[in-house]
Design a protein around this ligand. Structure first.
Ligand SMILES: CC(C)(COP(=O)(O)OP(=O)(O)OC[C@H]1O[C@@H](n2cnc3c(N)ncnc32)[C@H](O)[C@@H]1OP(=O)(O)O)[C@@H](O)C(=O)NCCC(=O)NCCS
Length: 214
């Protein structure tokens, strides 16, 4: 695919994801997410040809201009869109599939305990909400949505919604019919049981108190 065709595809991606996008010149000049991706493509090309220092300098320039850090070693699929982008960090061994959407403040980071492959792998069509942190060499399955502010430390299967700290799967979308199924939340269920028990105990205390008075 030619460079021009790739840029055209990126612009179409911005139109698709950002309802505020109305002008191609504006997208070309004022979308930091696109600028960060374009600079990373150059840095990636040089990095994988063994060019020293320059990829890191391009990375540094990209961070300075956009507030987004994408390591030159990260592998990024087609039509990635980073909306707003400020504070987003994509680590060296991250792998991102096609048609992924990231918001600002997302980290695809390491846990600090691993070497080698230590950053996440995102499947195609993954959405990662604002401020979500995905840490370690884990896999987020195709079509999964990571809720804003989630901290995800374990693999997540495809077509799920994962939210909270630590991230837990709360819903699954059947890709065959598009239907959402809410998954039981064991923690919420336990709290409901405890609350029920509390009501029962309160009832028994009231009964005993009334008997004592009588
Ligand atoms: C997770 C998200 C993608 C919604 O996915 P969804 O599959 O449509 O899920 P639902 O909205 O049906 O929510 C499922 C459950 O998760 C809860 N939930 C949704 N997002 C959540 C979040 N970020 N944190 C905690 N809980 C969340 C919902 O309250 C709901 O709980 P309930 O079943 O007890 O009512 C969306 O909430 C989100 O976080 N999007 C990110 C958007 C963003 O970052 N925008 C930035 C714009 S600048």
């Amino acid at each position: 695919m030619s460079l021009l065709a790739r840029i055209r595809e990126d612009i179409q991606t911005a139109y698709r994801h950002d309802p505020a996008a109305i002008n191609t010149i504006e997208i070309l000049l004022a979308y930091p997410g696109l600028h960060a991706i374009w600079l990373q493509r150059i840095a990636y090309w040089l990095h994988h040809r063994g060019v020293p220092v320059i990829p890191r300098l391009i990375f540094h320039l990209g961070r300075f201009l956009t507030g987004i850090e994408i390591h030159p070693g990260a592998t990024i699929g087609r039509r990635l869109f980073i909306d707003h982008g400020m504070g987003t960090v994509i680590g060296e061994t991250s792998q991102i599939g096609d048609d992924v959407l990231l918001y600002q403040g997302v980290t695809l980071g390491g846990t600090g305990k691993e070497r080698g492959k230590r950053h996440p792998t995102l499947g195609n069509n993954v959405i990662v909400g604002v401020g979500a942190q995905i840490l370690g060499a884990i896999t987020i399955g195709e079509g999964t949505k990571v809720g804003a502010g989630a901290v995800v430390l374990k693999d997540v299967p495809p077509h799920c919604t994962v939210v909270g700290v630590p991230g837990r799967v709360v819903a699954y979308r059947n890709p065959d019919n598009g239907r959402m199924e809410r998954l039981p939340d064991p923690e919420a269920e336990m709290l409901r049981c405890l609350q029920q028990k509390l009501f029962e105990l309160e009832d028994r205390i009231t009964t005993l108190e009334m008997r004592g008075r009588g």
